[in-house]
Write a protein that binds this ligand. Structure first.
Ligand code: PEP
Ligand code: MN
Length: 359
């Protein structure tokens, strides 16, 4: 389906690129909200965020302050002049947020995965063209993300944006959620013109990594950043490791290099950056696959040792080389290249197995 988007200049808030969305993960008290809002109000072009209902992975964590948080959000808006945003996860949330004049709504990652919930919210928003930002689903499935955006577009919403907050990773990685930048690139290809916000807080999971993720997003021509900001992060009731203070936020924003189009064509530059980031991700994936392959080779070594079998089984190696080279050639890689790569990998596997054998 074609998605009818109105440009951010039609949003009822200031949306100059990059839009900065800042404020606590969760609304905790009126004092905390006002202190954070007051510390942020000097920024032009800042949208104040706070979660009121918190979708937590496991029970017995702080699940948000509930409805009263919306009245604090309204007080922040009245006292500071900042526009506000909060997360909605069902029709009741929508109704309450609209009653309290929240300016922009967002859909969380745990909601985007659920078409029933998305549809319920879309139905509740029929006829209300409020700006709405849709976070990527937890799992790296771009169709779910596109599908959620389509459901809101179908309900008549035109002020839509996407928030890239990273994807659940089964393995431990540097970041709390793996960015998978190529999925955000794919979303933008599928929905041209959709404003793209990066949420470096939930990608990084750690305040010290927020700057580097933010810079990468800006280099990829994102339209904004959502950075969780708390007046006292250590005391935060949710996501305390990844929240920054308003002062740290200023430092991050001060360091950000927003590259201007110079002699180079900006379109060329940004697509080049996107491709390089894709290469970076693929290289990390390659290393991960190689590591896993070597671990399996070690297991085989152990197995051979226990059964008193030699390391090199020539038949197996010959057959492997032949079929893998053919597979490579079928996929557009040259025979020479495949040969070199496979031999290097094989040699390393033998080294690993030898080590295991002689332990
Ligand atoms: C949040 O923004 O605080 C939040 C709960 O995010 P996500 O849905 O990305 O986990
Ligand atoms: Mn959070």
């Amino acid at each position: 389906m074609t998605i009818n988007l109105s440009t951010p200049s039609n949003w009822p808030i200031h949306f100059n690129k990059p839009l900065i969305i800042a404020g606590p993960c969760s609304a905790e008290s009126e004092e905390q909200m006002l202190a954070t809002g007051n510390a942020l109000k000097s920024h032009q072009n800042l949208l104040f965020r706070a979660g009121v209902w918190k979708p937590r992975t496991r029970p017995n964590n702080f699940e948000g302050i509930g409805r009263i948080g919306l009245t604090w959000l309204k007080i922040v808006k009245e006292e500071t002049g900042l526009a506000t945003t909060t997360e909605v996860a069902n029709a009741f949330h929508v109704e309450e947020a609209l009653k309290q004049d929240v300016d922009v709504l967002w859909i969380g990652a745990r909601t985007t995965v659920n078409p029933f919930a998305v549809q319920e919210i879309a139905n509740a928003l029929k006829g209300v063209d409020i700006p709405l930002m849709i976070k990527n689903p937890l799992n790296p499935e771009v169709n779910l993300w596109v599908g959620a955006i389509e459901r809101f577009a179908d309900a008549g919403l035109t002020k839509l944006a996407a928030i890239h907050r990273g994807f659940f990773a089964y393995n431990n990685t540097k970041y709390r959620n793996i960015p998978q930048w190529q999925l955000a690139i794919e979303l933008r290809r599928r929905i041209p013109g959709i404003p793209m916000i990066c949420d470096p807080s939930h990608i990084a999971g750690k305040s010290s990594l927020i700057y580097e993720v933010s810079q990468k997003a800006i280099d990829m021509n994102y339209d904004g950043l959502m950075i969780e900001t708390h007046i006292n992060p250590e005391k935060a009731l949710s996501d305390n490791n990844q929240q920054v203070t308003p002062k740290q936020l200023n430092e991050i924003l001060g360091k950000l290099v927003v590259r201007q189009a110079k002699i180079e064509d900006p379109v060329f530059k940004s697509s080049l950056d996107q491709l390089r980031i894709e290469i970076d991700d693929l290289d990390y994936e390659l290393v991960d696959v190689l590591k896993r392959r070597m671990n399996v080779a070690e297991k085989i070594g152990l197995h051979k040792k226990e059964n008193k079998v030699t390391i090199l089984q020539s038949n197996r190696w010959e057959e492997l080389l032949k079929t893998r080279i053919q597979h490579g050639v079928d996929n557009g890689l040259t025979e020479e290249f495949m040969n070199k790569v496979l031999k290097a990998i094989h040699q390393e596997s033998i080294n690993r197995q030898t080590k295991v054998m002689n332990k």
